[in-house]
Design a protein around this ligand. Structure first.
Ligand SMILES: O=P(O)(O)OC[C@H]1O[C@H](O[C@H]2O[C@H](CO)[C@@H](O)[C@H](O)[C@H]2O)[C@H](O)[C@@H](O)[C@@H]1O
Ligand SMILES: O=c1ccn([C@@H]2O[C@H](COP(=O)(O)OP(=O)(O)O)[C@@H](O)[C@H]2O)c(=O)[nH]1
Ligand SMILES: [Mg+2]
Length: 725
């Protein structure tokens, strides 16, 4: 039976070394409870780091055994891996960079080496446990390379990846020297999820700009597979928090709070110790509230829980000192004999205590500078059974996208935070309830179980979609049939597109000249007297003449303006005019000057605007503008605007590859036809081919062709087999 394997850096439990031996505690965080519902089912398993370094193999064996009973499998990290992979690359490079704290980012090759090494180590663990057919779900920024490593080991596996922290804008992401390897690592997955649409959008933009891949409609085409990217805002176990808040034990738990607080309002703040959480600014805003509105003194208490986290990392140590100082200063300035403005705790609390705090708090003050999601604010909402209470939430938290009924603030605006606290303190109960009810509905509907099920569902969907494309890809059997039909054929025509089909895509189109391998292949194909090999290309005739003209191939140039049957002279297929160029060229010239990196290619009867070196978004925008402009002119002067891969071509309306192949089909008797092409212009050729022809599209986009091949490399392989017949 197939199973689901979950992999995250941290396991949902932490091993602690106590005097009486090893002890297991739950890890802080929503992921652990959320996925709890699936990892314990059937043979499912969760792979991750148990949170300590072990020197003793016996102790490690013990941990493996203990965890096995709870459907977990540990990956042990050495002291130096903890330093360089976990504290280093994960939390001193990726964490600050992805949270827009670029000034904190450490760029260190040793960290990067450790990061690759530990990702490999996780891959080893997956390989030990995975079987064909298993679903693999990788979590978070510590394991960005893992999807590609797993893909290499198990090419057909179903891999989902979810990132719990933000994905930064391209301008920030590009600063990482290892940006390309990181993207390639993530792209090993079939489905890539983020908390918000903005994160997904930023990721897609980096993929398009850095990896140069097509990312239309959230689908990435990497040449082999379609990869889906989408937003899946993570929910919480709503019922669990609601039930805890309503449990009989809760009433008792609340007694001491009420004794201390009397009629004071409670503002609650809970986070891990992290500069991304905006704790100092929050404290400053609270101080300003007390300063500017003395009427609130002794009427409000800030309960501030800071959970120790990554305390070996320098910036976290510094932050701890800053917070200690601020709390000390505010408390010492404003405290009275009976009142302390801030109740500050630096430790972690069990869920029952958290629930009591959520219940008792009037206001939750959640003001991160950046946060992937933030589950604390959701847990607060779920705990409010009487629907009284106000949430103040930073617009920089992923959760703000769902919780629009909160008081949304910008954490850099201290004045706005002060006003938000004031508004929350005096908000009428009805308004609190209306807002709370709305937020509760959102969170109840989209809880953690829904989150898991929607993610899994999408993963299944994209796998099926890939499969339907794969079934169109030339199977072993169909390949055999093709070769058999070829051998039987006495009069064969092979139509071969050039760029993207016989050669790969190059940054400079002039660099795509044929290499030795290709020339040999063409020689071999043309040596066979039963073959007519037709190179059918959009390129100008001079280039094609220079590159393949010495071979006895037929050439169709400029999508069918020119033809050169075998060794004869070049002929024009249509009587065309190019007088229109004087009118069109200035418009293209203007676009070139407005679009850095673009250039014009001039052929005898067409003009082409290339934008492969242009920033992709700008390129698409300008292509649309130019296309519209030319479309408008074209209708009056018998021209067509053809869109290709990063090109826009304008030429006479009667020219296309379909009309060109018809000429060959009419003139030459044939009993075996093969047509291969990669681009939109090749679709015209596929359209004109008779039913029994073998038509092959290179790449995974939809096509009129019957079959698909992955790349020009695959095309060459097939043609070599044809040659060998
Ligand atoms: O493992 P640690 O280094 O101790 O850190 C704890 C976890 O922190 C991060 O949490 C994030 O995930 C939450 C759930 O999706 C999200 O609400 C929050 O905004 C994120 O910051 C981190 O992503 C985890 O990998 C860590 O285990
Ligand atoms: O003493 C504590 C404080 C917090 N949490 C939990 O830690 C998680 C924090 O998740 P969040 O998304 O808010 O932030 P992260 O720490 O993951 O960045 C929440 O589920 C809290 O309930 C906990 O278990 N014990
Ligand atoms: Mg092509």
């Amino acid at each position: 039976m197939s199973k689901t394997i979950i992999i995250s850096n941290r396991l949902p439990i932490k091993v602690q070394r106590k005097e009486e031996g090893l002890a297991y505690e739950t890890s802080e965080g929503g992921l652990a409870t959320g996925l709890g519902s699936i990892y314990k089912e059937g043979d499912n398993v969760w792979i991750g780091w148990p949170g300590l370094s072990f020197e003793d193999e016996e102790e490690e064996k013990q941990v493996v055994q203990d965890l096995k009973q709870q459907s977990m499998h540990p990956v042990f990290l050495t002291e130096s891996e903890i330093k360089e992979f976990y504290e280093g690359f994960s939390n001193e490079t990726l964490w600050p960079s992805f949270h827009y704290f670029s000034q904190y980012t450490v760029y260190d090759d040793a960290y990067w080496a450790a990061y690759q090494h530990v990702n490999q180590k996780f891959c080893q663990a997956v390989m030990e446990l995975a079987q064909p057919g298993d679903t693999i779900w990788v979590h978070d920024y510590q394991l960005l390379l893992l999807p590609a490593y797993i893909r290499e080991a198990f090419p057909d596996s179903s891999i989902g990846f979810f990132q719990h922290i933000p994905f930064p804008s391209y301008e920030v992401f590009r600063m990482l020297p290892w940006r390309e390897q990181i993207l390639k690592g993530m792209l090993g997955a079939d489905l890539i999820g983020f908390h918000t649409y903005d994160d997904a959008r930023h990721f897609l933009s980096s993929v398009s700009r850095i990896a140069g891949m097509n990312t239309a409609q959230g689908l990435i085409d990497n040449g082999h597979r379609q990869i889906m990217v989408d937003a899946f805002p993570m929910g919480i176990d709503y019922t669990k928090y609601a039930q805890l808040a309503g449990s009989p034990e809760m009433k008792e738990k609340l007694i001491p709070y009420h004794e201390v607080l009397h009629d004071q309002k409670v503002i609650l703040s809970i986070d891990r110790l992290d500069y991304s959480k905006g704790i100092p600014a929050r404290l400053q805003a609270f101080e300003l509230l007390l300063q500017e509105y003395p009427e609130f003194r002794e009427k409000v208490t800030l309960f501030m829980l800071v959970v120790p986290s990554r305390d070996q990392v320098e910036k976290y140590k510094e932050l701890k000192e800053t917070i200690d100082e601020l709390v000390g200063r505010i408390n010492s300035s404003y405290r009275t004999i009976t009142w302390n403005p801030i109740q500050y705790f630096y430790r972690s609390f069990p869920i029952e205590e958290l629930s009591a705090l959520y219940t008792v708090a009037d206001i939750a003050l959640i003001t991160p500078m950046r946060d992937g999601m933030n589950l604390v604010c959701k847990e607060f909402i779920a705990s409010k059974l009487d629907q009284k209470g106000v949430l103040i939430l930073s617009e920089m938290a992923g959760a703000s996208k769902e919780l629009s009924e909160a008081i949304i603030i910008n954490p850099n605006d201290l004045g706005q935070m002060v006003q938000a606290m004031r508004e929350a303190m005096i908000m009428p109960e009805e308004e609190q309830q209306t807002r709370m009810q709305h937020m509760q509905e959102v969170l109840k509907r989209y809880d953690i179980h829904q989150w898991v099920s929607i993610f899994m569902n999408r993963l299944e969907y994209i796998k099926l979609k890939q499969l339907s494309l794969a079934t169109e890809s030339l199977s072993k059997q169909e390949r055999q049939q093709l070769l058999q039909d070829y051998t039987r054929g006495q009069q064969r025509i092979l139509f071969l597109d050039y760029d993207g089909t016989l050669t790969g895509f190059t940054q400079n189109p002039k660099h795509a000249f044929p290499d030795e391998e290709l020339l040999h292949l063409l020689e071999c194909l043309t040596q066979e007297s039963k073959n007519r090999v037709v190179i059918i290309s959009g390129r100008d005739r001079n280039t094609l003449q220079q590159w393949v003209g010495h071979l006895p191939v037929d050439i169709i140039a400029e999508h069918g303006v020119w033809m050169r049957p075998q060794t004869q002279e070049w002929q024009m297929m249509h009587h065309l005019t190019n007088e229109w160029k004087t009118e069109v060229r200035p418009i293209m010239d203007m676009h070139v000057s407005r679009t850095p990196g673009s250039f014009i290619e001039e052929k005898d009867y067409s003009l082409v605007w290339h934008y492969r070196k242009v920033d992709p978004t700008l390129g698409e925008l300008r292509a649309r503008e130019l296309g519209n402009h030319l479309q408008f002119m074209a209708a009056n002067i018998n021209l067509q605007v053809m869109e290709g891969d990063k090109v826009l071509e304008i030429k006479n309306v009667e020219v296309n590859k379909g009309i060109a192949v018809l000429r060959w089909l009419e003139l030459l008797p044939h009993d075996f036809l093969l047509a291969i092409g990669d681009d939109r212009t090749d679709e015209d050729m596929f359209k004109m081919m008779p039913e029994d022809a073998y038509t092959i599209k290179v790449g995974s986009q939809r096509s009129l062709a019957k079959y698909h091949l992955d790349s020009s490399k695959e095309v060459r392989k097939l043609l070599q087999e044809v040659c060998d017949q």
